[in-house]
Design a protein around this ligand. Structure first.
Ligand code: KIV
Length: 287
């Protein structure tokens, strides 16, 4: 049986330059596949707002939605490190709210860690959650919950000046005590510099090839999410096509009478059919 990796294993993998594999999942079947496929970590990302609920962004996602999806993923992947993603307004208003909501991921959904977006400005929340004994992953670069302030879903740190701000955020979060960091949509040299600067595991999504691990959104990589495809996505399957074709074929079969066939039908228990025929004769007589 697969052994669930711990934060200590991820530090060791960084030291050994062994890539850490990380993927999002939101539901029981997909998380079963992720564990079976040998992923080191699963993020139940607030991207579920777009990938599962069809929202335009992550802002409407609630704590309860995140908890339900984390519960399903944990049931499916008992031997994989599972990280809960703190949704918009679950940590920004106060350190107390941040601790209570971070704690829900552990108490109610048995998560191993939580992730929250932001740099220097979330340091008080990060400290408070860490003081409660919870493993914290930072998230800087493109932070979708504040994409309005960033001018949309755009790569960050593309000028030396803005890269400096990202580095300052990474250092501030590290000094606050985060045990892992996620970099989203930043140039590869910026990803490399921050990965080498910090002694903690740094994961990238659109942050180049030099980070300690990679994460992709499962709905992107299997070709399920249709609204748009970020530059950093590599599609490994076209599930949308496969599923649409299967449903279309089912509809065609129902319309033509090809489904259900004899093999999809139940038979009556031996000796019951003549009795059944006799019985329905009476109904026929009623007509
Ligand atoms: O919510 C999410 O899926 C994320 C991605 C950037 C991995 O945070």
């Amino acid at each position: 049986m697969k052994r669930k990796k711990t934060i200590g294993d991820f530090f060791e993998m960084k030291r050994n330059r062994e890539q850490i594999t990380f993927i999002t999942s939101y539901d029981y079947p997909t998380a079963t596949f992720a564990e079976k496929a040998g992923m080191d970590m699963i993020l139940v990302g607030d991207s579920l707002g777009m990938c599962v609920y069809g929202y335009r962004g992550t802002v409407p996602v609630t704590m309860d939605q995140c908890i339900y999806h984390c519960e399903a993923v944990r049931r499916a992947a008992p031997n994989t490190f599972v990280m809960g993603d703190m949704p918009f307004l679950s940590y920004q208003p106060s350190t107390e709210l941040a601790v209570l909501n971070a704690g829900r991921f552990l108490k109610e959904a048995d998560c191993d860690a939580v992730k929250l977006e932001g740099g220097k400005r979330v340091v008080p929340q990060v400290r408070a959650i860490l003081d409660a004994g919870i493993v914290v992953c930072g998230h800087i670069g493109l932070t979708p919950q504040s994409s309005g302030q960033l001018g949309g879903h755009k790569a960050q740190g593309r000028t030396a000046e803005s890269a400096k701000l990202l580095i300052e955020d990474a250092v501030a979060l590290h000094e606050a005590g985060i045990q892992m960091l996620l970099l989203e949509a930043v140039p590869a040299p910026v990803g490399k510099f921050i990965t080498e600067l910090l002694p903690i595991p740094v994961y990238g999504i659109g942050a180049g090839m030099y980070t300690d691990g990679q994460i992709l959104i499962v709905s992107d990589l299997i070709g399920q999410f249709q609204a748009f495809t970020p530059k950093f996505v590599k599609k490994y399957a076209n599930v949308a096509k496969v599923v649409t074709e299967a449903i279309r074929a089912y509809g065609d079969d129902v319309r033509s009478g090809a489904f259900p066939a004899v093999e999809h039908c139940y038979s009556m228990i031996k000796g019951e059919y003549p009795k059944f025929q006799e019985m329905i004769e009476q109904y026929k007589k009623l007509e």
